[in-house]
Structure formats: structure tokens, C-alpha cells
Design a protein around this ligand. Structure first.
Ligand SMILES: Nc1ncnc2[nH]cnc12
Length: 450
């Protein structure tokens, strides 16, 4: 149930040129399309997880800080770069990472994360359809696995055929999602009751900061891909500050609905939450429908990312790679990825921020807000990325501290900036050439200024 524009992030035939100024839209349009990204079942699942550890008023503060402060700032900065350059995230990454590395790093990141999301949602849909058929998905592995394989293959068929066959999914995924939410609120009020919901005070099984990290983890890819939406927006600070409102306006209520639904259960297993609320059979069917759009986008992105990495240009090659990715993802779903839902979110919060930090430092502090098409591989970006991921990992798992995603972004940005300055002084190359001089001297053949 998410917008389709995400595929811009991986479009291999994607134009390098900027969206012309006369095609730029009022900020409300990109805000609405961007907001569609937040309309997914995992948002309900994180809301449900939060209700396992916090009462409703604490959840309010968690959402306020994670969405309105941390997420909004990151999205606005990333979005501003998109509007200024008019280009998509994978094209913007060419300036700092170099074209070869941008293709590789962005490709691998999109591949891993789309595959993970796809496997997760397939496992959830497998549970939902099993529940509908009366199969105990916790204990009857065989029948559950069969249902999950069938559900997964059905999800994958249209994206293997191609993007053209995927257009229709929003027509039933969005109404199904809305019905699910309405049903969730209705059954929670009817069966749990407003008094119980408001009085809910579980034992805190996670820290406030860990909760912020979960919400950030589900949204963090936006710090890289916001430009895929804002490249259609006007390059004004005001517009780009307002566009992330779309994410917050959808996310805030949706996380809350997930939390309200799961009072008394309090875990990410949304199917279990629905069974607990006494959802009728149709509820499990609409959960499946509600994931269609995001599943197709994830599946398609995964295949396209593989095609980019392996330089496969034919549609048949892309289809075969998508099928191979699908099989791997089904195996991961059967292996129990749902148990690692939170770890998956923490993992995405380690990968994306480092990439975002490098792109932001490059754009604002090295390149003076210019996009440059740099060929090759910038090792300074590689070093900064590894450093950023390590800082995130260390502060997430070894010495738990602060908000790992934010620390990773800042660390990668600083290391990149310093490494570029040192490189410029010691052994300059086309990446370190100041923008002004490359304009004056004519463009070096490895660099293209647009
Ligand atoms: N790609 C994605 N698929 C499903 N849910 C998501 N939540 C955030 N990104 C998502």
C-alpha cells in the first residue's frame, strides 16, 4: 500500500538530467506521494511493538521526537538536495561516491533492504492466510510453509513480468489498507475498550532511545531516497521543509493505530494481534491485499538492483534475476525473518545513514550545492561509509548509546569531509577538484558539470 515512485531510486534507464523548472510542482503533490511510502503494514507492526513496552502517552513522545524532530530534519535536508539538483538519489550519489561505486553501493543497499522488506511482508501475509485457513502458523510448519511459498510466488509474478503489469495494485491495496485500519480501530474500541487502552502501562522492556531507533529504522531509507520525490518540487527551503509533512501525517496516526490494536498483546505479530481482537476472516484477506503495492515495488526494486549490479540490460535477464531474488527471499521468510524484525530495522538504520551523511556533506560542504557527474570510484566515500557503519554498529550493539542512525550519519559526514580535504592536499583527483575551478578550466573528462 505504498506509492510507486520508489522505483525511481533504482531505475537503470534513469535520465541523468534534472527535472526542468517548469515541471516542478506545488509542494503538496510530492508531499502526498512521499506520504504514500509510510502507508505500510510494518508501520502498524512497529506501533504494536511499542505498545509492548510503553503506554499511550509515552508512545506520543516517542513518535513526536522520532518523526517530528529526527526524521523530519533528515528528510528535509535530503529532500532539499533533490529539489536543488532535480535528480534522483542514485544519480546524486554519483557526485560523492563516483558513478561506479554509486551503482554498486546503492545497488547492494537497495537489493538487501528490498529483499528484507519483501521477505518480512511475505512471512506476515503467509501468517495471515494461514490464520484464515485455520492453520496454526506457530506450530504447523509444513502447511504454513506451503501457504507462504504460494503467497510469495503470487506476490512476485507481476513484478517478474514487468513494471507495466503492476499499475493496478494501488486500486485495491489502498482501500484494503484503509479498511484494515478502520477495522483495527473499531475492534480495538469494541473489544479492548478506550479505558483499558488509556490505562495500559506495560513493563518497559525497551529503552526510550531504542524505541526512537525502531521508528527511525523504518523510515531511515528516506534520508537517501527523499530526493526521488522532491526532484519534482521547487528548490525552495520552505517547500522542502513542508514536504516531509506527508510522512509525518501518515506515520503518526498509523503507528498509533498499531499500538492501540495491540494493547494486551504487545508484539510485532500483527496477525496474532488481529486474532486477539477477533477480526473476522475477511480481515486476514485484506491484510494480504494491503501489502500488494509495497510488495511489488520491493520485489521489482530488488530485481532491478541486481540487474544494475551485474550490468544486465535485457528484460529477460532482469526477470530471471528477480525470480532468483524471490526464491532467496522466500527461503529467508521460511527461515523465520519475522523473529528478527527489530534487528532488520536496526540493520537498515546502520546502512542508510552513512550513505546519507556522505551525500549531504558532499553537497553542502564540498560541492557548494552543485551536482557533478563524477565517474569512477571515490575511495574517500568508501572509507567514510565504513566508518559511519562501524560507529552505528558500535553504538547500537557494543556500547549502546544515543541514536545510532544519527551518530552514523554525522560520523560518515565528518570523516568524508576531512578525508576529502586531506586527499585534495596530498593527492588531488577529479573528485577533489573544487567546483569553481572545474567550471573555469573546462570540465575534466572524468567529471561532467551540469
Ligand atoms: N520498502 C518497504 N516495504 C515495506 N514496508 C516498509 N516500510 C518502510 N519501507 C518499507
Amino acid at each position: 500500500m505504498e506509492g510507486k515512485a520508489k522505483s525511481h531510486a533504482v531505475g537503470k534507464d534513469e535520465a541523468l538530467s534534472a527535472i526542468p523548472m517548469d515541471k516542478r510542482q506545488h509542494w503538496v503533490t510530492p508531499a502526498m506521494i512521499f506520504g504514500g511510502l509510510e502507508f505500510t503494514i510494518p508501520v502498524l507492526m512497529v506501533g504494536a511493538t511499542l505498545a509492548g513496552a510503553f503506554g499511550m502517552s509515552q508512545i506520543f513522545w516517542i513518535l513526536l521526537i522520532s518523526l517530528f524532530v529526527v526524521q523530519w530534519i533528515g528528510n528535509a535536508v535530503a529532500g532539499y538536495i533533490g529539489a536543488k539538483t532535480g535528480r534522483s538519489s542514485s544519480v546524486i550519489a554519483r557526485t560523492s561516491f563516483g558513478a561506479a561505486q554509486a551503482r554498486f553501493i546503492v545497488g547492494i543497499t537497495i537489493f538487501i533492504v528490498s529483499l528484507g522488506w519483501w521477505a518480512l511482508q511475505t512471512a506476515v501475509a503467509g501468517n495471515a492466510i494461514s490464520a484464515m485457513l485455520g492453520i496454526d502458523y506457530e506450530n504447523q510448519f509444513g502447511p504454513w510453509a506451503l501457504v507462504t511459498i504460494v503467497v510469495g510466488l503470487l506476490f512476485a509474478i507481476p513484478s517478474i513480468i514487468g513494471y507495466g503489469s503492476m499499475k493496478w495494485t494501488d486500486y485495491f491495496a489502498v482501500p484494503a489498507g484503509l479498511l484494515l485500519i478502520a477495522g483495527g480501530i473499531f475492534y480495538a474500541l469494541q473489544n479492548t475498550g478506550i479505558d483499558t487502552i488509556m490505562a495500559w502501562r506495560p513493563e518497559p522492556s525497551m529503552t526510550f532511545l531504542a524505541a526512537l531507533s525502531l521508528v527511525i529504522g523504518i523510515n531511515v531509507s528516506q534520508w537517501v531516497i527523499a530526493s526521488d520525490y522532491t526532484r519534482y518540487a521547487k528548490p525552495k527551503v520552505k517547500d522542502n521543509v513542508l514536504i516531509p509533512l506527508g510522512i509525518v501525517a501518515v506515520g503518526f496516526p498509523l503507528f498509533y493505530v498499531g499500538a492501540i490494536m495491540s494493547v494486551g498483546v504487545g508484539d510485532a505479530d500483527i496477525v496474532n494481534v488481529m486474532m486477539n481482537l477477533g477480526f473476522p476472516v475477511w480481515g486476514f484477506l485484506i491484510l494480504w491485499f494491503a501489502t500488494w503495492t509495497s510488495q511489488l515495488v520491493n520485489n521489482y526494486s530488488m530485481g532491478l538492483a541486481m540487474a544494475n549490479i551485474f550490468n544486465v540490460n535485457s528484460n529477460k535477464g532482469r526477470a530471471i534475476l528477480t525470480f532468483i531474488g524471490t526464491i532467496i527471499a522466500i527461503i529467508i521468510a521460511l527461515a523465520g525473518i519475522l523473529e528478527y524484525f527489530m534487528d532488520f530495522l536496526y540493520m537498515t538504520a546502520l546502512i542508510y545513514p552513512a550513505i546519507a551523511g556522505i551525500m549531504m556533506a558532499d553537497f553542502f560542504f564540498i560541492r557548494k550545492q552543485q551536482w557533478v557527474d563524477n565517474q569512477g570510484w571515490n575511495w574517500m566515500a568508501t572509507i567514510a561509509m565504513v566508518f559511519g557503519v562501524l560507529v552505528g554498529y558500535f553504538t547500537q550493539y557494543v556500547y549502546t548509546f544515543g541514536l545510532p542512525a544519527v551518530q552514523s550519519l554525522i560520523a560518515a559526514g565528518i570523516v568524508y569531509f576531512v578525508a576529502m580535504k586531506v586527499k585534495a592536499a596530498v593527492k588531488p583527483d577529479h573528485f577533489t577538484v573544487p567546483v569553481e575551478s572545474s567550471k573555469e578550466q573546462g570540465v575534466n573528462e572524468k567529471t561532467e558539470l551540469v
